[in-house]
Design a protein. Sequence first.
Length: 381
Amino acid sequence: MNAAPTTVAATRLEVAGHRVLLTFGPGLETVAEEIDTLWSHLRAADDDGATPQIRLDYALAGGDLPAGTVPLSARPEASYTISGHLTREVIRRLIGTRLLLHAGAVAHPELGTLVLVGASGAGKSTASSLLGRDGAYLTDELTIITPGSFALTPYPKPVSKHDPELGAKRDLALPGLGLRAADEVAAPAPAMVLLLERIQDEGEVGEGSSVTRVPLSEALTRIVPQTSSLWEVPGGLAALAALLDSVGGALEVRYREAAELEELLRRLPPPEHVETVEIEPSPSDAAAGEDTAPAPGTIAAAPFRQALAVESGLFVLGEHGAIHLPGLAGLVWDLLADAGPLTVDQLKQMVVEEIGEHPESAALVRGAVADLVDHGWARQS
C-alpha cells in the first residue's frame, strides 16, 4: 500500500474564479519555488479554510508514488506541464457553461479586447505578449467567454513559449515580459476576433501582411476546432456565430512579425453582418439521442448536437466534429434531418420540389448522399 503524500511546499491560487491548491513532495522544491514565482500575480490570500475547487498533489516521478499524486519530473519544462494540468482542470469545470477557445486575449487601451485564434505555431503567445504590453494581458491559451454578454473571464497564466535551448516549451513570468495581468473579474466583450496566419516563407513572392474579413462559414470552420466541447454549451454554435457578428465578422491577419500587428489592426476593412437561423435536433429524433440505424433502403441524418443555417448553406456540429455543408449537400442534409429517414427516390423528389428539376437530379442527390455518409453526417442501410 502506498504511503500518504508528503508535502514540502504548497501554493494557493485564485484562477478564473476557482480556488486552487498545488502541493509538492520531496525532490520538487525547486519546481515549487518556480511555480510560486510564475503564478504570484494570482496568489490567493492566506489559507482561510475553504476547500479548494481544484487540487493537484505532485510527487517526484519514479518509484512508488503516494496515492492520489500526480507524477512530475524536476525538469525545466515542469512549470509548463503544470500549466497544462491546471488549464485542463479549469476547462473541465467550465464545459457546458462558457465558450472555451484555444486562443490568446488582451485588453488593448485603443483597440479594445482582442481575441487571437490560431493553430499551434501561429504565434498566439508572442502576439499576446506584444499586444498586451500597453493594456492588460488576459491569457495566451484559454479564452473564456460568457454566452450572451460575451464578457471574458481572465485566465492570465504565465506565458508559454518555445525555448530553443531546451527544445521544449516553458513558462515565463509576466513582469519579465512587461505584462500586467487583468485586475477585473471580467473583461469587456471582444472588439475583434483575429485568425492569425503567420507567413513563414520569407522568400514567397506576393505574400504580404494583410487584414481581411472572413465569411462566417469559413470562420466557424476554422474556429470550432479551436474550442473545447462547444456542443455541451446550450446554443453554443449560435452563441459563437453571434459573437463573430457582434465584432463585424472575424478578421484573418496574415503577418510576418508580431511587431506589425498593432499597426495592421488600425486599418480594418468594413464590418460585415449576416443573419443565421438555429436548427435544433428534435427530442423525438434519433439525432438527439441514440445512434440507431435507419430502416433498410433509407437514409437518415447522423446524430448532431447543433446546426446553423448560414449565408452559404448549413453548419453542423456534432460530438465527432463540425462541417460546413454548402449548396445541395446542405439541402439534402436539412431534408434528412427534418423528414428522414427517406429513400433516395423520396429525397430526390423533395429536392426537385425545393429547387427544381435537373437532368442529373438523381445522380446529384446520390452523390450528395454518398459524401454525407462518407464523412459521417448521414447513415444509410
